[in-house]
Design a protein around this ligand. Structure first.
Ligand code: BGC
Length: 243
């Protein structure tokens, strides 16, 4: 079965057709920059142009960078505030005429890793952390997702959130070396280990590809693996979630 997977992020909206039996992309990936301000109507327009690009007529699974419950967006840390309370699945369905299933982006990345990647067959507690514009988190126990665990948006010292201090966007914004940023990220990992006691941490998002540049800074006493999907996990997981 094939499903169009879309991953809406702070800087880009990416999509591809996914074979959900194998987790493989069966089309080229297509990326559109996230419109400035990430207003709902502008994002919906870009989602519609992705659907048109693939000439897609079936179900769509979509990862979204916020808390999402029953298709409704409940937070807005890296997107326009007017998303809060909005039924995103209805918005996208009205715009495209297709059925949409929306899931938090880090939960989607975790679903991909647990089904086809580093988390496959892992019992106990597995924590997916995505490093990008924000810090996303997806928590699994014995393979079951506990949705919308938000660890990156816990307040941290003078920074608004942990993600304001230790996301990839923070590294770029403050022009930090990987060593300096890695120490910050390690503080975040120590915090998440304290609150979730994971058996395994999987890192996803764009920055996880650079793990060799910061792995020496990580001191947590838990196995930390990069997601084998690199930056495609969000697309694949969103498609799996829409099955
Ligand atoms: C949001 C999370 C999201 C993460 C990664 C955070 O700002 O609150 O829901 O998973 O960014 O996009």
């Amino acid at each position: 079965m094939e499903i169009l997977g879309i991953d809406i992020g702070g800087t880009g909206i990416k999509g591809a057709i996914v074979n959900i039996e194998t987790g493989a992309l069966v089309s080229e990936k297509h990326r559109i920059p996230t419109p400035k301000g990430a207003m709902p109507s502008d994002v919906a327009d870009e989602v519609a142009s992705l659907v048109e690009h693939f000439n897609w007529k079936g179900k769509v699974g979509c990862g979204f960078p916020a808390i999402v419950s029953h298709g409704k967006v409940l937070s807005a840390s890296n997107i326009h505030q007017s998303w809060k309370g909005l039924q995103a699945d209805h918005l996208f369905s009205q715009r495209t005429g297709l059925e949409f299933k929306i899931v938090n982006d880090a939960d989607a990345a975790g679903l991909a890793a647990m089904t086809y990647g580093a988390g496959k067959g892992q019992n106990g507690t597995v924590l997916m952390i995505t490093i990008g514009t924000g810090l996303g988190s997806g928590l699994f126990h014995n393979g079951v997702l506990i949705p919308n665990i938000e660890l990156g948006t816990i307040p941290y010292k003078n920074y608004k959130y942990y993600e304001t201090y230790a996301s990839d966007a923070a590294r770029k914004r403050e022009d930090l070396s990987y060593k300096k940023w890695g120490k910050r990220f390690n503080k975040f990992l120590k915090f998440v280990v304290l609150v979730t006691s994971p058996d395994l941490i999987i890192l996803g998002g764009g920055a996880s590809k650079k793990i060799d540049k910061f792995k020496d800074q990580l001191t947590v006493n838990v196995r930390v693996l990069p997601s084998e999907f690199e930056n495609e996990a969000g697309i694949v997981g969103a498609a799996i979630n829409a099955k």
